[in-house]
Design a protein around this ligand. Structure first.
Ligand code: ADP
Ligand code: MG
Length: 245
């Protein structure tokens, strides 16, 4: 058995009286590619926010490599190796693409490696991340010059720069063409094959099925299915949730 990288137990989150997450359990072994699906408003982003430390959940625990993450903020979690990309890309608008990679690289990767990186090492690593994301020829561009697909790649590249063990991609493909979706799926599978555990939150089912080795379904803040993708999509409650949308 592979040791779990992420262990989520009974995570609950309310917004006022509204229950956004209702006791979610989730175990993700190192090396896996997991798809997380669910109708709009089912709590997917809220779960990611609780895992990444952007939101504080009221009940339950989140363990990463066996350690409880309670009390740790987003930056501390990134330094531990848990990185996420945002549904709405958030680049530093006044920095070039290369500088956008440099910031998380210096703040997180240095801390993960336990030492300062030299300038040549930083430049090499920036080039490597841009290359992995197919952005090598965009290094000197500004975020506002990027196409939508390149903006999505930049958002993933910024998460990747932190050298995470776990990458959670929140709707990394919204608004893209079929071929662009295929491109992002291939990039994410490539990252996984390079050793990164990847959780993909996505509405485009073709992409989810291509990507996922395991599929988790959230409906109204509850996990209703978790298992082999081909079986999960035939689950009656999953069919009902999607048909009822
Ligand atoms: P998903 O990502 O699955 O579409 P979200 O996690 O964004 O869903 O949202 C789950 C529910 O929680 C939605 O009903 C949403 O309106 C609500 N919600 C999310 N964030 C907040 C917030 N900061 N304040 C109040 N309600 C929120
Ligand atoms: Mg969302």
């Amino acid at each position: 058995m592979t040791k779990p990288l992420l262990q989520v137990e009974g995570v609950g989150k309310r917004f006022g009286g509204f229950i956004a997450l209702d006791g979610v359990d989730l175990t993700i072994p190192a090396g896996e590619r997991v798809g997380l699906i669910g109708p709009n408003g089912s709590g997917k982003s809220t779960l990611v926010n609780c895992l990444s430390g952007t939101l504080v959940h009221e009940t339950g625990t989140v363990r990463f490599e066996g350690r409880d993450l309670a009390g740790l903020g987003p930056h501390q979690r990134t330094r531990r190796g848990l990185a996420r990309s945002f549904q709405l890309p958030r680049p530093f608008a006044s920095l070039t693409i290369a500088e956008n990679i440099r910031v998380p690289l210096v703040y997180a990767a240095e801390s993960r490696r336990g030492r300062r990186l030299s300038e040549p090492e930083i430049a090499e690593r920036i080039a490597e991340v841009l290359g992995q994301m197919g952005l090598a020829d965009r290094a000197r561009h500004m975020p506002c010059d990027l196409t939508q697909v390149d903006m999505r790649k930049l958002e993933l590249a910024r998460a990747l720069a932190a050298e995470p063990q776990l990458l959670i991609a929140d709707e990394a493909m919204a608004g893209l063409s079929n071929s662009e979706v295929d491109e992002i799926v291939a990039l994410l599978i490539g990252l996984n094959e390079a050793g990164i555990t990847v959780v993909l939150i996505e509405h485009i089912m073709r992409a989810v099925m291509q990507f996922s080795q395991r599929l988790v379904v959230l409906v109204s803040g509850r996990k209703i299915a978790d298992g082999a993708p081909a079986e999960v999509v035939r689950h009656p409650e999953v069919e009902r949730a999607y048909l009822g949308q």
